[in-house]
Design a protein around this ligand. Structure first.
Ligand code: HEC
Length: 172
């Protein structure tokens, strides 16, 4: 499915819609700064933070839970992929963050002789959209091979900023 993702990226770039550099051009993984318990690359893209003792940032932990409630039925446990849908641990590394968001928000349907698989649009689903960065950084950590399978053990606390943003997003 790497192939499909890069074709899509190439198509968007050709159409002049990509805007951002592709994930391959920049360091899309390393933490450049932290803000309120969230970690970002130098391009302001969310990323994971895993300490030497294996302690994960809150978003990575939360993403594990959200992924396994909303995405794994199609995409397989741990972002490993299934016969129906691609391995998102690879997609999260290869795809541009904004393209990733776009597919989750708007869905994608590829109908050809070989495939009739549909990625649903989640744009109206707060249980996905309020946690999309969590899911994204969790999958990126899986794809970068820095997070073992299974529920992450030690984790950072949920920050006040993250809690406030979550409540605002869910309308609590
Ligand atoms: C009903 C099944 C289903 C569910 C649930 C689902 N997906 Fe998908 N998803 C798919 C299929 C099928 C594709 C491949 C579509 C295609 O061929 O373009 C896909 C593609 C994607 C892609 C593009 C991957 C790539 O490499 O091109 C992303 C990103 C994605 N899904 C994210 C998610 C996330 C995040 C969730 C959970 C919030 C989720 N999906 C839940 C079926 C699903």
């Amino acid at each position: 499915m790497k192939f499909t993702a890069s074709l899509l990226a190439a198509g968007l770039a050709a159409a002049g819609m990509a805007g951002q550099a592709t994930a391959q051009d920049v360091d899309n993984l390393s933490v450049a700064y932290e803000e309120g318990g969230r970690y970002y690359t130098e391009d302001d893209v969310p990323t994971y933070n895993i300490g030497e003792d294996g302690t994960v940032d809150w978003l990575t932990y939360s993403g594990f839970r959200r992924y396994h409630s909303e995405c794994h039925v199609c995409h397989g446990p741990e972002g490993e992929g299934s016969s129906y849908a691609p391995a998102l641990k690879t997609s999260a590394i290869d795809m541009d963050y904004y393209d990733f968001l776009d597919v989750v928000t708007n869905g994608r349907k590829v109908v050809n002789a070989a495939s009739h698989n549909v990625m649903p649009a989640f744009g109206d689903n707060p249980n996905v959209m309020c946690y999309i960065d969590d899911i994204y950084v969790y999958l990126k950590a899986r794809g970068a091979d820095v997070l073992p399978r299974g529920r992450p053990g030690q984790r950072e606390d949920k920050s006040d900023d993250i809690r406030a943003a979550e409540e605002a997003c869910l309308g609590l």
